[in-house]
Design a protein around this ligand. Structure first.
Ligand SMILES: *[C@@H]1O[C@H](CO)[C@@H](O)[C@H](O)[C@H]1NC(C)=O
Ligand SMILES: *[C@@H]1O[C@H](CO)[C@@H](O)[C@H](O)[C@H]1NC(C)=O
Length: 217
């Protein structure tokens, strides 16, 4: 009986240790952050300037679907940039502190090359980080691989920008996948959708987003 009890105790200890470790491993990236409530006024849709918003955007059952074609016009007649249909988070531009974007993304197979989520702004460049999808692979710009096999499924993205430490961290499905230096403070804000790249893009580009949230420390 005593032996059994001791074995049971060991088993309980080992199990609780495993639970604690797996809890740490799958820690929520927003732990320790404060949620910033968003309303529809915080979601500005940028799309080809010559088209009505419904021609490139829908919002149904909580899902924002954004699409764009490689030969579409840019978002403003004064802009020379590539075409885009993107949500631009308004009202919470930042230039210091620790900020976090959370959202669930979905990219259909066939879409290749565009930015699907980004932190716009930096000291001397137009972006701090851009995540593009190429043939199902999520990449840092057209470089480092962040995650594979990303087509036709929902994936959770958390981007943490520690401006004070000059650091950006990317989580996919609650796992840290990438970390890099930022490009210095500036007028910073989060965007998601589809923003065509100069090269290697499909003619049709689409991404969907839901449960977009903002946090800060
Ligand atoms: C995407 O579609 C192409 C063409 O239909 C197919 O060959 C490929 O296997 C698909 N890729 C994924 C990741 O589903
Ligand atoms: C475009 O794709 C080609 C062929 O895969 C590759 O050699 C080239 O580096 C890519 N260009 C960019 C800007 O990613």
């Amino acid at each position: 009986m005593k032996v059994l009890n001791r074995n049971m105790l060991m088993l309980v200890l080992v199990l609780s240790l495993i639970c604690n470790i797996s809890h740490l491993y799958a820690a929520d990236p927003t732990d320790g952050f404060t949620n910033i409530p968003l309303t529809e006024a915080n979601f500005k849709i940028q799309r080809p300037y010559n088209l009505p918003v419904e021609a490139r955007y829908s919002f149904e059952n909580g899902v924002r679907r954004m699409w764009v074609y490689a030969n579409d016009k840019s978002h403003s007649p004064n802009s020379q940039t590539q075409p885009r249909t993107e949500v631009r988070i308004m009202g919470h531009d930042y230039s210091s502190g620790v900020w976090q974007f959370e959202g669930y993304g979905f990219v259909p197979n066939g879409t290749t090359g565009p930015s699907v989520v980004q932190i716009h702004g930096a000291t001397h460049e137009s972006s701090t980080i851009i995540l593009r999808i190429y043939d199902g692979e999520l990449r840092y710009y057209s470089g480092d691989l962040i995650a594979s096999n990303m087509y036709d499924k929902w994936f959770k993205v958390n981007l943490i920008h520690d401006v004070d430490q000059g650091k950006v961290t990317v989580f996919i499905d609650n796992q840290q996948k990438f970390q890099t230096k930022d490009r210095g403070p500036g007028d910073l804000y989060f965007k998601c959708g589809v923003y065509a790249a100069p090269k290697n893009i499909s003619y049709y580009m689409e991404s969907r987003w839901r449960d977009i949230k903002l946090y800060k420390k």
